[in-house]
Design a protein around this ligand. Sequence first.
Ligand SMILES: Cc1cc2nc3c(=O)[nH]c(=O)nc-3n(C[C@H](O)[C@H](O)[C@H](O)COP(=O)(O)OP(=O)(O)OC[C@H]3O[C@@H](n4cnc5c(N)ncnc54)[C@H](O)[C@@H]3O)c2cc1C
Length: 332
Amino acid sequence: MGKSEYRDMWVYLEVNGGKLHPVSLELCCEARRLCDESGERLIGVAAGAVPESELAQVKECGVDGLLLVSGSGYERYSTEAYTRLFTELCRKYRPSAVFVGATANGRDFAPRFAARLETGCTSDATELIYNPESRDIEFVEPAAGGKIMAVITIPELRPQVGTIRPGTFKHAPTGRREVVEVINETLPCPAEEIRTRLLDYKADERDAELDISDSETIVCVGNGVKDESLPKYRELAALLGGKLACTRPVADRELLSNKLQVGQSGVMIKPKLYLGFGVSGAVNHVTGIDAGTFIAVNTDPDAPIFNYCDYGIVADMDAVCDELIALLKRGA
Ligand SMILES: Cc1cc2nc3c(=O)[nH]c(=O)nc-3n(C[C@H](O)[C@H](O)[C@H](O)COP(=O)(O)OP(=O)(O)OC[C@H]3O[C@@H](n4cnc5c(N)ncnc54)[C@H](O)[C@@H]3O)c2cc1C
C-alpha cells in the first residue's frame, strides 16, 4: 500500500487518574502546525474514560477530531492492551503519523505497535519538520554524542511513529476548530491477553525540589562544580526563588539526583531565567533549554555555551555565585 493512502496525524492522549498528561497537549499543539503544513487532519486518540474537561483542553489545541475508544482493558495502562489497540486502530484508519509522549507508558507501547505494523519508530526527537516534497516527517535529534544533529525519516513505511519527551514543545493552544468530529470505537482487549495483574497501587512520592520542569528560575551546575561548593548554588537558587539543576556529569558523579539533569536524556526546561555555572554547553545539554534569559559563567572564553547565552561571564563560577548571593542578601 502506497504512503499516499495514509492520511491524518494522530496524537495519543495519555490520561492518568482522570488527568491528561501535559505532553499530550504539547504534542497536539505541535502536530497542529505540521497538519496545517501538510493539509492533513489532526486527531487525538484516547482509550478508557476521559473527563469532558480534559477533552475540552484538547479541543483548544485545534484538533479536527477525537477517536475515543471504550471497552474492557483500558481501566489502567497495560502493555498488551495499548499495543493491540494502536495496532488495530492504525490498520483500520491508516494514519500517516502517530505521535506519542515519551512517558514510561508511551515508550513502552509505541515501539511495540510500530514493530507489529512493521513500520519505523523514532525516539526522543527534539524537532519535527514536515517535508512537503517527500511528505515525510523529519525527526531531528542530537546524535554521535551531540556532535551532529541527525535527521531521521521513515520514507516508505507508514504510519511514522515517534515518541517525544515531555517539555520538548510548548503548550500554546491555537483555539478550537469550528467542527470537531468525534468517533467512538468499542475495542475491548480480551482479559486473557493481559499478562500483568494489579496487586497494589502506590502513588509516586513527589519531591517538589526534584521537579524542575516548571520552575521559572534554574540555577544549573556543570562539571566545573566542586563537591564542597554545592551548598552555595543551592542557596543562590533559593534566594532567586528557583531550583537547582545539573548537567549529566554532575548526576554521574552522584552529586545531584539524575532527576535534576537538564537535556536530551534528562528534563526539558523552559524557565524565564537559566543561570549555568561551569557548564561547557554540549548540544545534549542545551537542547533541553528554552530560556527567556540565558546566562552562563565559565572560565574558558571558548566554551560553546557562550554561543547560546544572552549574557556570558568569563570568570570563576564560585566567585560569581558568592557575589550574587551577597548582592541578593543586600537586597540589590
Ligand atoms: C546520548 C547522550 C545524551 C546526553 N544527554 C545529556 C543530557 O541530557 N544532559 C547533559 O547535561 N548532558 C548530556 N550528555 C552529555 C553531554 O554530551 C556532555 O558531556 C555534558 O553535558 C557536559 O557537561 P558539563 O558541561 O557539565 O561538563 P564539561 O563538558 O566537563 O564542562 C565543564 C565546564 O566547566 C568549566 N569550568 C571548570 N571549572 C570552572 C570554574 N571554576 N568556573 C567556571 N567554569 C569552570 C570548564 O571550562 C568547562 O567548560 C549526553 C551525552 C550523550 C552521548
